[in-house]
Design a protein around this ligand. Structure first.
Ligand code: ZN
Length: 326
């Protein structure tokens, strides 16, 4: 029987981790300057974000967009209360993240063998051995160590990923010392009922372990999946300013959930985020200038609903002046 929760009360507060500067920018053709990246991240912190994925400590030849992550960390105006994190694929990257004084170091592992091979050219077992070495580096430095399990809701090469496999890998990551655990719908294959099934199974196995979701909207289900997750008590999510990045397999399709769209929906449902939505929208417009093209964000096109009803019609764009609308 499919397990799901209809009409459940929603959490009153949600914490959003901003992943645009890493997961977004690494998929852009234009490589921003260090100064631009610092400007973007400082603006995100000013808009109220309390956790920001700053960059990745990977080989520059693999991801040239992330080559200056150390310099970005050095240039940030560190705002008190903001957690500036970075991802690292191996112990060398973890050491560089520690040297850059990242507030947390994140590791990635795929729930399926094929995706892990294609992503990092290693088996899951080999990756787990690497995670153990990285965890040691991060632990010795006294930093938190977080883990993201990719393709946890479906793999583009293998299809369905058994929930028991997802949970077993979560258990391995927790045994290795992971503090925050995130499940990723890396290619947007989840649907609302699957999200609830996975979350409820996770809760049964790890009743006291907080869980974050990194959802994508490659097939349009992103915000529906958020609602489904809220209904089973999840209140930590990743999203990307402007909705940039996260869909390398389908150019032009939406990938990462858009921070402004997610924030707008939550605020309309009276779920608090602590975020300044107009400031986020300004930041998304600044990002458009930096990368030289429109971002997928719907909210910066349609405007904030509450502003329409408060008479601030100039805040809303995207309405045609003539013609029939339905
Ligand atoms: Zn993503």
């Amino acid at each position: 029987m499919t397990e799901y929760a209809a009409f459940a009360a929603l959490p009153s507060n949600v914490q959003i981790r901003e992943v645009g500067p890493r997961d977004g920018l690494q998929n852009e053709d234009v490589i921003l300057t260090t100064v631009q990246k610092v400007q973007l991240i400082d603006a995100l912190a000013d808009a109220g974000l309390r956790e920001i994925e700053v960059g990745a400590f990977v080989k520059p030849q693999n991801v040239p967009q992330m080559a200056d992550t150390s310099a970005v960390f050095a240039g940030l105006r560190r705002k008190p209360g903001v957690r500036y994190s970075a991802i690292a694929p191996n112990p060398i990257g973890a050491r560089r993240a520690v040297e850059a004084d990242a507030d947390a170091v994140m590791v990635f592992l795929s729930a399926s063998e094929s995706h892990n091979q294609s992503n990092v050219n290693r088996s899951v077992a080999q990756s787990l051995a690497g995670v153990a070495d990285m965890a040691e580096v991060v632990r010795v430095a006294g930093k938190p160590f977080d883990a993201v399990l990719s393709v946890a809701f479906g793999c583009p090469f293998e299809g369905d990923v058994p929930i028991v496999r997802v949970l077993d890998l979560c258990g391995r990551l927790l045994d290795l010392g992971a503090q925050q655990l995130t499940l990723g719908d890396t290619t947007g294959m989840a649907h609302p009922l699957l999200v609830q099934q996975v979350v409820l199974a996770f809760r049964r196995r790890f009743p006291r372990q907080p869980l974050r979701l990194h959802l994508h909207s490659a097939r349009g289900a992103g915000l529906a999946n958020i609602l489904a997750a809220l209904q089973v008590g999840i209140s930590d999510f990743d999203s990307s300013i402007g909705g940039i990045g996260g869909c390398p397999f389908a150019p032009g399709a939406p990938g990462n959930l858009c921070t402004e769209d997610l924030t707008h929906m939550l605020h309309e449902m009276d779920v608090q985020t602590g975020l300044d939505l107009p400031a986020l929208m300004e930041t998304a417009r600044m990002l458009e200038q930096m990368i030289g093209h429109e971002v997928p964000s719907q909210t910066i096109k349609a405007g904030i609903c509450k502003h329409l009803t408060q008479g601030n019609r100039q805040q809303a764009t995207g309405y045609s002046r003539v013609g029939m609308t339905t």
